[in-house]
Design a protein around this ligand. Structure first.
Ligand SMILES: C[S@@+](CC[C@H](N)C(=O)[O-])C[C@H]1O[C@@H](n2cnc3c(N)ncnc32)[C@H](O)[C@@H]1O
Length: 329
């Protein structure tokens, strides 16, 4: 218990804490084990019998020893459960990678390891195995490195694949330069969490001239590749959706029961029509997974263009869906 004036109570609490350390060390996150002399037992009503949580700094909240999902305190757990978040720092988060290899900038749609770390921290415990079927330049792998998880993944484009190996050489045996459709043949171990962002259909092949010109001026890629099995090169909507869904449905068998799958995706427009990629994917994946929630990622620092003005409604789409599924059977 948090130290109180009652000496007998403090002694009993210390005894209980020592027993927990002896018998349940495997349930205790490393940060507590490494600072054990500052760890206190915690129960919100001060009931020693029922105390089953530990804390170091009361402001950080307490860690419940029954927590089977992650290593977070109740306070951090609750913070993450908001159904939306704002995150803009995609480029500034890549500073250390730029020093490693300037080509890191080449990828047209890379994510932030900080943002992905928040998901990894919520959906896994330290040491668990995380899969990203569409690794890109490896933001998920970098997030795994930072948070002490094991990264596994596939990436089709050899240039991006080589950048991942530079970034996280420790995972070189777990990452494959191949089509994500081949994952069932890769003999991967059981996976505890899968998070990825696939191509948003062929959106890059339809970029504005402005976007292309700006990137070409700096010698940056305007699309992922020219190969046929790059999902970003499939122009028919149903063909794209079915191929994408089959990749996630085919990894179902290597996912641990009760593990989560997060897919970050966006609804997109083509020829004046809206195509609900996120909603359609949610439906297709529900054949096997249980759709638990959506968490909406907002980029509120993106410039707004006067689409449609002054004739018709056309949104500037500045949000993505992080679809959260669970393997429950
Ligand atoms: C949105 S990007 C992922 C970016 C990644 N999250 C990052 O932060 O770098 C999608 C990636 O999927 C890759 N890709 C496209 N089709 C694929 C396929 N069939 N199998 C594996 N990777 C594929 C593309 O080369 C691209 O790098």
């Amino acid at each position: 218990m948090m130290p109180v004036l009652d000496e007998a109570m403090n002694r009993a609490a210390k005894e209980k804490l020592d027993n927990i350390r002896r018998e349940k060390a495997h349930l205790i996150p490393r940060r507590y084990l490494e600072d054990w002399e500052h760890v206190a037992l915690f129960n919100p009503t001060g009931d020693l019998e029922r105390a089953n949580a530990i804390l170091i700094n009361p402001q950080d909240g307490a860690y419940d020893l029954n927590n089977k999902l992650n290593d977070l305190t109740g306070k951090d757990w609750t913070k993450f459960t908001s159904s939306w978040f704002v995150f803009n720092a995609l480029q500034s988060d890549l500073q250390q990678e730029r020093d490693l290899d300037p080509h890191i900038e080449d990828h047209p749609a890379t994510f932030s390891p900080t943002m992905i770390s928040n998901f990894v921290n919520f959906f896994t415990k330290e040491g668990m195995k995380v899969l990203d079927p569409f690794c890109g330049i490896g933001s998920t792998m970098e997030a795994c490195k930072r948070t002490g998880r094991m990264g596994y993944g596939t990436e089709l484009n050899p240039k991006y694949f080589n950048l991942i190996l530079k970034r996280v050489p420790e995972f070189k045996d777990n990452i494959f330069n191949c089509d994500a459709a081949l994952i069932p043949q890769l003999n991967l171990p059981q996976i505890d969490f899968c998070i990825s962002s696939p191509p948003y259909w062929d959106i890059l092949n339809r970029s504005t001239r402005d976007f292309e010109a700006k990137r070409e001026r700096h010698n940056l890629d305007v699309k992922y590749s020219d190969t046929d099995n790059d999902l970003g090169n499939i122009s028919d909507y149903d063909t794209f959706m079915n191929k994408l869904a089959s990749i996630y449905l085919n990894i179902y068998d290597i996912m641990r029961k009760d593990s989560y799958l997060v897919v970050i995706i966006k609804n997109v427009k083509k020829g004046g029509l809206m195509y609900p990629l996120a909603w359609d994917l949610a439906k297709l994946l529900s054949k096997k997974y249980v759709l638990k929630d959506e968490k909406i990622w907002i980029q509120d620092k993106m410039g707004l263009a006067p689409y449609g003005y002054p004739f018709t409604w056309a949104a500037n789409i500045i949000h993505h869906y992080c679809l959260i599924f669970r393997k429950e059977k």
